[in-house]
Write a protein that binds this ligand. Structure first.
Ligand code: ZN
Length: 67
């Protein structure tokens, strides 16, 4: 029984060691949505502009030419 526990402990550490070396694909942080580079669609002409270029009017995005 003790051997089994020891085996489980060893397997656990092996698992942890492997898990640490695995390079999991990092998800793009969703915070980047707030940096102004997110694309939004102009509500009038449908052109895509970055959020920092967009003008917000009545809660909708508009491009420079449609404001
Ligand atoms: Zn527009």
């Amino acid at each position: 029984m003790l051997k089994l526990i020891l085996l489980i402990v060893i397997l656990y550490y092996v698992y942890k060691a492997l898990g640490g070396s695995f390079s999991l694909p990092k998800k793009e942080p969703k915070e980047s949505a707030d940096d102004g580079n997110e694309l939004v669609e102009c509500s009038k002409c449908g052109v895509y502009i970055t959020k920092k270029e967009a003008k917000i009017k009545f809660g909708k995005y508009y491009c420079d030419e449609c404001v």
